[in-house]
Design a protein around this ligand. Structure first.
Ligand code: SDX
Length: 382
């Protein structure tokens, strides 16, 4: 029997050519490219093509991919209509998970797990998950969903559907950069959940719905919303210091800090989003959120030796872009749909059913009494 590692910490669970956290070289590899270089020089559609097709698309291939996404954008009206019946939920991730499951019911080739069939599903999900996010949120607030605008880029259209405003060039670039930062990150809990589900030969939609359920948790994707709540309740730099020190004294976790893989090393993506926050704050002439974040970062490094992860700086960036806090984690899932679909395709193509074992620590040797009851326990009427 292999050794046991709680939470599968440092356990290799699969082989992949999709991505790798090369922490020794402070690199996040996406099919051999440095994610940080992709974020600075490419656009999200390039990275989606790289993840799904295994090579970086040229300009023509990227345009063709965007046309395929636009072509898959029309969604059965019943899907959004179904979401309108959901009771007002605290988490938009519950709504998103339901929407993804509903999409499955309308896919005529639901169980086509060939590369072509899965790629078609991935394109459809890239096109529709942003609509489920934005439309689900608007309906929950008594507003009609905004139809996608095909003349806009993927990032600009997503931002428009959430905010109702056409983003500026800077807003579009910074949001697109954040989608790349969120697009893929090796085998986090949500991607692992998707691969586990796909390994039974279940479909892409079910795998993504399972990943959505995982990502909702505050130890994972839900952290970006929790960071925004922390910033809003802190209000000032001094408030941030008081809140964080109080939480640390109460042995509470501070959302947006720490990482299972990076541990006490920096998350390279956090630097990217910090730069975005700095740029946005300068343009807006308001550095309050930036100074609060820097104050929190300083305290956490001094007190716990911990660095911020990408969620810590993504939250204020999304706030300044006008994205509702309840959509921060859904945006994370929408971007990660590219990576998760790539992992599902890889799992279906080279499958081995996930079925780990346990280290049993329960009782042994218990016997039933003659009358079938628990041994040694008096039964009624005895
Ligand atoms: C994401 O896996 C991925 O790649 C995920 C992700 C992705 O792109 O998919 O990167 C996205 O999920 C980022 C993480 C977002 N979550 C949060 O920000 C929630 C807060 N972070 C923590 O709960 C924690 O850091 C985890 C869950 C992220 C990692 O926890 P581990 O690896 O289980 O670490 P641990 O709980 O064993 O903590 C080790 C030590 C402990 O101190 P001691 O008890 O040894 O003294 O570090 C402390 C912890 O108390 N610690 C924290 C802390 N995180 C760790 N203390 C205060 N606040 C924190 N946030």
């Amino acid at each position: 029997m292999e050794s046991y590692s709680p939470g599968l910490e440092n356990v290799i669970a699969c082989e992949t050519s999709i991505s790798y956290l090369d922490t020794g070289n402070e690199l996040i590899l996406l099919r051999g490219y440095d994610l940080m270089e992709l974020a600075r020089k490419a656009v999200f559609m390039d990275v989606a093509g790289l993840l799904l097709d295994g090579s970086l698309p040229d300009a023509g291939e990227r345009a063709a991919l965007m046309d395929q996404v636009r072509g898959a954008s029309s969604m059965e009206k019943e899907v959004l209509h179904l979401l309108s019946f959901l009771p007002k939920r605290p988490s938009m991730m519950d709504v998103l998970r339901t929407g993804i499951s509903a999409l499955a019911g309308f896919d005529p080739d639901l169980d086509d797990r060939t590369e072509e069939g899965n790629r078609r599903k991935a394109i459809a999900l890239l096109a529709r998950v942003p609509q489920l996010c934005a439309g689900g949120y608007r309906m929950a607030h008594g507003l009609e969903p905004l139809a996608p605008r095909p003349e806009l880029s993927y990032a600009a259209n997503f931002l428009y559907m959430m905010t109702g405003r056409t983003p500026s060039e800077l807003e579009e670039r910074l949001f697109d950069q954040s989608l790349i930062a969120y697009s893929e990150h090796e085998l986090p809990n949500s991607t692992f959940a998707a691969r586990v589900i796909a390994s039974t030969q279940s479909d892409m939609y079910g795998a993504l719905a399972g990943a959505a359920a995982s990502l909702k948790g505050t130890l994972h994707g839900g952290a970006n919303e929790a960071v925004m709540e922390l910033l809003l309740s802190a209000g000032t730099e001094a408030g941030m210091e008081t809140l964080i020190r109080g939480k640390l004294a109460a042995k509470e976790r501070i959302m947006g800090f720490g990482h299972r893989v990076y541990m006490r090393k920096p998350d390279p993506r956090a630097l990217l989003l910090k730069e975005a926050l700095t740029e946005l704050s300068a343009v807006r002439g308001d550095a309050r959120l930036l100074s609060m974040c820097v104050a929190g970062e300083t305290i956490m490094h001094e007190e716990k030796g911990l660095h911020p992860n990408l969620d810590y700086y993504a939250a204020p960036v999304y706030h300044l872009l006008g994205i509702p806090t309840a959509l921060f984690t859904p945006v994370f899932l929408a971007a990660r749909t590219a990576g998760i679909c790539a992992h599902v395709m890889e799992q279906h193509a080279h499958n081995r059913l996930f079925r780990p074992r346990v280290r049993y620590i329960g009782p042994r040797g218990l016997r039933l009494a003659e009358d079938g009851g628990k041994e040694g326990v008096l039964r009624d009427g005895d």
